[in-house]
Structures are given as C-alpha cells and as structure tokens.
Write a protein that binds this ligand. Sequence first.
Ligand SMILES: O=C(O)CCC(=O)C(=O)O
Length: 271
Amino acid sequence: MSSLRDSYKQEGYVLLKNFLDKDLVTAIHREGRQIFAYQIQRTLGKSVDIDDQPAFEKAMYEFFAADFTAFANTGKQVQHMVSLHRLGTDSRITDTLKELGLDYPVIGVRPAMLFNSRHLAKRDDYWRLGAHQDWRTGQGSLDSVVVWFPLVPAGADLGALQVLPRSHRNGLYESSSVDYIGTIPDELLQDEWQQLEFEVGDVLFFSAFLVHRSGINSTESIRWSVQLRYNNLLENTFIERGYPLAYIYKPQAELITPDFPAVSQMNEIFN
Ligand SMILES: O=C(O)CCC(=O)C(=O)O
C-alpha cells in the first residue's frame, strides 16, 4: 500500500501541497468573479473591476443585499462552469482517488463552490458549517471522498476547514435534524480539532466520514472554496444497496418568467 494511502486510511485525510497548478485555480476564481460581475452590472447598474478585491467584495455584498434570488442563482451558475467540471474530471484528481483506494471513482454530485463571509449569508450556518460528516448528505460508497480546496490562500483567519483526525473510523455520528447538513452535537466530539492552512494549489482529500467544520472567517474578505465529491462504484456495500443517490435534481414545473419569451426575442436570437 502506498504511504499516501496508509496515511489517508489512518487519519481520514491527506492535504497535498502544490497539488494543482496555481494558474488553473486562479483562473477558476477569476471566472467565478466575472460571472458575478455580469449580474452586479445588471442589479447595481455599475461595472466592477474583478481584480480590485476591496471594490469587488463591496459590490458582492451590495448585490447580495439588493437581489438575493439573483445572488443565489448566480452562485449556482458558477457551480456549472465548464472549467470547474473539467477540473473535477482531471486525471490528477482521479489518479489520486485511485491511489487512495477508489478502484472505480464516479462523481457523487456536481461540484460546489462556496463564498464564505458573514456578509453573504442569511443564517449563521450558511457561512460557517458546524461539525458534520458529508456521508450523511451523500449516502454513497463507504469509501467516498471529498476534495476541498480554497481559491485564495486560506488559514485560520479566513476560516479554512477544520477536521477531526481519525473520526472517520467511528462510522456515522448522531446528528441534529434541524439543518440540511446534520450537525453533530459538541458532546459527541471529544478530540482535538485540527485547523488546516492552505496556499493556492493545495488540495485536501478527506473521507466523507471524517468530521469537519468551517473555521471562522474573522476577516471582511470572502473565502472562496471548491468541493468535489466522489464515490467508488466497486465498493461492495454500494453495489449491494443498488447505487443509492441522495442528491435529487428536478425541473421546476412553472415558468419562472411568465409570458416569456416573445416571438420577436426568438427572432433576434436566430436571425
Ligand atoms: O468550506 C466550508 O467551510 C465547509 C464545507 C463543508 O464542510 C462541506 O462542504 O461539507
């Protein structure tokens, strides 16, 4: 067994320094900001320089306050970026999953991108997730893996992820049912939290059973991060359970924009 796999199996995670090309990660971050900038222009009626961090973040906070629905939808569109999906299928990632023991990795759910800031959340648990295990929301193979990396340098100040080493071996913890992630009560968690620190390009691979939580972003800046999730199609209990899928995508029956589109708008597109 490789030493990487040994350490992963033991601790429940591995943090690989300089794993991804910095330029690739920076380009994904930039594209995400650009997509927000299109809606900032529409909503606030002003263009914003996506490379001017304080000005861009201020515009993000204004956009969030001015049109929450468009903000949330934009956040979801960012998760559909082709570049992000391409990264999720990158052989550097799939080869590492195989090295960690996933004989036949398959995507568990679409990639996620988070923008953690107290100014971009209506509820506390939207910008800092409490202690939880991702397996509860994914319910995939027992060896499912989560890949987490920030798009900006992130340490304790920016609230980078905190993990409970070796907690994956305890199986599924009891959790509250009041929120969607299933927060684990403090009294069940006796061990030492480990605060992780990241440079751009560093990538964390962790077991979906590893207990983890957001750190506290005590800055005024946004902590951008990406999460990718994978199952193993050859894990026996996953096969035995008939490949269950806990994430449900479904179309909306009603038209979101009533009386749309006009025929003239169609002609403009196709002429
Ligand atoms: O990035 C974070 O702060 C939390 C992410 C997380 O815990 C998750 O996606 O499961």
